[in-house]
Design a protein around this ligand. Structure first.
Ligand code: SF4
Length: 438
């Protein structure tokens, strides 16, 4: 039996892509393994969004090359494939730096993996495929199956916003929205094979503008008709593309979870403008208010970048004030890191590393305090938790509340994949504990 080992770096879209690459190789008879030494194909799915993620790839290629050489010593051939955004950003450069890589394939071409694998010939040399094909890869991928109770489903890809710090428009290309009927067919297939929750994915998910529906709100409403689908989520949203139809879906569709990831990046209008984000801090807060008007308990999360070029102490204070104003249930925050080829990498007035570090610490302290307060606020409540994995402690399993809080209970693993009622008895900044109630 031929085996493939897949390691994923980066975002949920990459996790989805990895699963679909596994599906594509499955057509050739490859089954997944968690043990690199057993694998005929070693596949690294890469992320280019931050410098650290790209650099991690090169150390991982080194490790995979050791596996490849050890297998060669046993007379076994191994293909080392690198996929994802690093390839799109510079596949030839990747092959130059990483001699062990046999095939490099960009995120828009992974449907071609079976052909690339079967046609690979060491004598003809290594292969890079990193164009933006006219056809949609989704038309060529085999049907997918649920890999657990909670599944990803890509509805939209690429981005037309060109935030000045971001590589996505260059690595994923311009926006493409899958037709509604294709999304619904994949959702039905996932539910039929065990999914209870579907997370709709897109780099600009609420900018969905495909055939067969007006917007993502319609897609959500149509998905709610699927028997057996108990939870719907979506990420990542762009604030100014939020429609009333999506917002009111949080009121009208019980399956749509009361959680929205709405990245603002900065609370300063000056910085937002330099970032080429097309909204102001006040407009962002108005959108949050509209969500809270229809769904008062909704949990809001966000992304923040500190130390963007030109960010002053006063700009940063405006971010802190915005965080106080909104009150977040969870958040992701990072220091600005210049990505090659983006306008922000060429901007003057780069902020000193020590200043970035100090601001990030202040911001994270506030965000963590808010996250902890949000979690503590659920103690004593009884919440539905979708159990998805075994806990680290013996006899423990864990899952997620409607507000996406990681929750641990002592319970039989037979409950994995089920939604159970949990009385919350404890909380930290990062997780909840509770006991199952009848
Ligand atoms: S909206 Fe998001 S994906 Fe698009 S360019 Fe901006 S940060 Fe990148």
């Amino acid at each position: 039996m031929k085996k493939v080992y897949i390691k994923t770096f980066g975002c949920q879209m990459n996790m989805y892509d990895s699963a679909r690459m596994g599906d594509a190789l499955g057509v050739l008879g490859y089954v997944k393994t968690e043990v690199p030494a057993e694998a005929d194909i070693l596949l690294l799915n890469t992320c280019h969004i931050r410098e650290k993620a790209s650099e991690k790839l090169f150390s991982e290629v080194g490790r995979m090359n050791e596996v490849k050489q050890a297998r060669r010593a046993q007379g076994l051939d191994t293909l080392l494939i690198v996929a994802g955004c690093v390839v799109q950003a510079g596949g030839e450069e990747l092959l130059r730096r990483a001699h062990a890589v046999d095939i490099a394939v960009g995120p828009q071409n992974y449907h071609r993996l079976p052909e690339l694998v079967t046609q690979f010939n060491r004598k003809k040399g290594r292969v890079v495929v990193a164009d933006f094909p006219a056809e949609s890869k989704f038309d060529f991928l085999p049907e997918t199956r649920a890999r657990g109770a909670s599944c990803f489903l890509a509805v939209q890809e690429g981005c037309d916003h060109f935030c000045s710090y971001c590589v996505v428009p260059y690595t994923r290309g311009c926006e493409y929205s899958r037709p509604a009927d294709e999304i619904l067919a994949e959702a039905r297939q996932l539910v039929a094979t065990g999914a209870k929750e579907i997370m709709l994915l897109g780099q600009n998910v609420n900018g969905w503008h495909g055939e067969g529906a007006r917007d993502l709100g319609d897609i959500i409403r149509m998905m709610a008709e699927i028997d057996g689908l108990e939870r719907i989520r979506y990420t990542t949203s762009y604030p100014s593309e939020m429609t009333d139809n999506i917002i009111t879906a949080h009121r009208d569709v019980p399956q749509l979870m009361p959680y929205i990831h709405l990245p603002i990046q900065s609370g300063s209008d000056t910085v937002l403008k330099a970032m080429n984000r097309q909204y102001t801090a006040d407009q962002y807060c108005e959108i949050v208010d509209r969500f809270r008007a229809v769904r008062p308990d909704i949990a809001i999360s966000s992304d923040f970048i500190v130390g963007f070029p030109g960010e002053t102490e006063s700009d940063f204070e405006q971010t802190m004030a915005l965080v106080q104003r909104v009150g977040y249930a969870s958040s992701f925050s990072f220091k600005f890191s210049a990505r090659p080829g983006t306008p922000a990498s060429l901007m003057k007035h780069q902020v000193a590393e020590a200043v970035k570090t100090e601001r990030l610490m202040r911001l994270q302290e506030l965000l963590l305090a808010q996250q902890k307060a949000f979690n503590l606020g659920t103690i004593g409540k009884t919440l539905d938790v979708l159990m998805v994995e075994r806990g680290k402690e013996k006899g423990q399993i864990s899952g997620y509340t409607p507000y996406l809080q990681n929750t641990h209970v002592v319970a039989d693993k037979a409950l994995l994949g089920q939604i159970v009622r949990v009385n919350i008895t404890g909380a930290t900044a990062t997780s909840l504990t509770g006991r199952i109630v009848d």
